[in-house]
Design a protein around this ligand. Structure first.
Ligand SMILES: C[S@@+](CC[C@H](N)C(=O)[O-])C[C@H]1O[C@@H](n2cnc3c(N)ncnc32)[C@H](O)[C@@H]1O
Length: 338
């Protein structure tokens, strides 16, 4: 296939990602076709031990290329991000922007979440900054774009750590994308990356995901896994939020950046009545990718409920749950039941 045929094949394979309703069979077939093209174009050798090695940093780990490549298979995640990003770019266009600058922090080897959109918008409309800390992944995306003969797109490749990167003074991004998270905002660097980029961005910059919330919830015991739905979890409180709004709130409390200090501890009171009717405590991750493009509980590996604790079914007093988000080499929400 030549570059043009590959582009047509990519457009055809990803068409289903833009439908409003989700046909799971059609979507998983489409994702399979999309991934085959990505692997072929990037000529990725996933079988080396180097490609499987995560890179560990002061603010959390960055996935090895093999693992980053697997993310595409998380089908609802991939659909909601690709479609949400399309709409965000379209909204910027509708606002009359003649030139849109996008930073994609953590492209992985394929720039999975952006590539279908690059092929759908005029190339002169957008300039791109592709940031990736893993050199093997960076080589993959470069090979892929070159095979597609996209060298005439305005793409700046930056091999830096997005959690500490200093945005050059003359540069301002309209849209910043990063999907560097796992359920519970554990292990990876999403929070440090977004806080670092939010503190340097203008108020009009769109961040995708737009909002990530960690929530405490109670669930009844004994419901078969295949029957569980979001409705079985009764939310107690959102204990941590990553969004531009929340970031502004954190800033008001301190003159220094959030990254230079510990984030506050949050106390949540759970009543004995609530624990007596549903006594298993979970941590939920709610993801608003962009506006109505959201990822619900259990729709993706990113939104799997994490078990925290089982209370007795006859608790006699209310309990306090203390939580604190920690940014270090193993980012996590620390939970203490007092
Ligand atoms: C979960 S993968 C997602 C890959 C791709 N964006 C996708 O959604 O399919 C995250 C990627 O971000 C990169 N990454 C993680 N932390 C980073 C950081 N601090 N700076 C730059 N890239 C980072 C990892 O190396 C990995 O390739």
């Amino acid at each position: 296939m030549n570059a043009n045929n590959y582009k047509q094949a990519l457009l055809a394979a990803t068409e289903v990602l833009y439908t409003e309703k989700t046909d799971y069979l059609a979507l998983s077939t489409a994702i399979k076709a999309y991934k085959e093209l990505l692997l072929e174009l990037s000529a990725l050798d996933e079988d080396t031990s180097a490609a499987r090695e995560d890179i560990h940093h002061a603010n959390g780990k960055a996935l090895g290329t093999f693992w980053a490549a697997l993310c595409v298979d998380d089908i609802i995640r991939t659909k909601q991000f690709v479609h949400g990003i399309y709409n965000a770019i379209d909204d910027l266009k509708q606002e009359g922007k003649q030139k849109i600058h996008i930073l994609y922090a953590g492209t992985g080897p394929f720039a999975t979440l952006l590539l279908p959109n690059m092929l759908r918008f005029p190339k002169d409309l957008i300039s791109y900054t592709f940031m990736e800390i893993n050199p093997i992944s960076m080589e993959g995306i470069k090979r892929l774009l070159s095979k597609l003969e996209m060298d005439d797109y305005a793409i700046n490749f930056v091999s830096e750590d997005a959690s500490t990167y200093q945005i050059p003074e003359a540069v301002s991004y309209d849209l910043i994308i990063s999907e560097t998270l796992q359920a519970g905002l554990a292990k990876e660097q999403q929070v440090a990356i977004f806080f670092n980029l939010m503190k340097q961005s203008s108020t009009s910059t769109i961040f995708i995901p737009e909002k990530i919330e960690l929530q405490l919830a109670l669930r009844e015991n004994g419901i078969a896994a295949e029957l569980l739905t979001s409705a079985h979890y009764s939310r107690i409180a959102t204990v941590f939020e990553v969004s531009k709004n929340a970031w502004n709130g954190y800033l008001k409390e301190t003159s220094t950046s959030v990254q230079d200090r510990l984030l506050d501890k949050v106390d949540t009171l759970v009543s004995k009545d609530a624990m007596n009717s549903a006594n298993t405590l979970f941590l939920l991750t709610h993801l608003q990718v962009y506006k109505e493009y959201q990822i619900g509980i259990n729709e993706s590996s990113l939104t799997i409920p994490l078990y925290l604790n089982s209370f007795s079914a006859t608790e006699e007093k209310d309990r306090t749950i203390q939580t604190q988000y920690i940014i270090d080499e193993n980012p996590r929400l620390e939970v203490q039941i007092l």
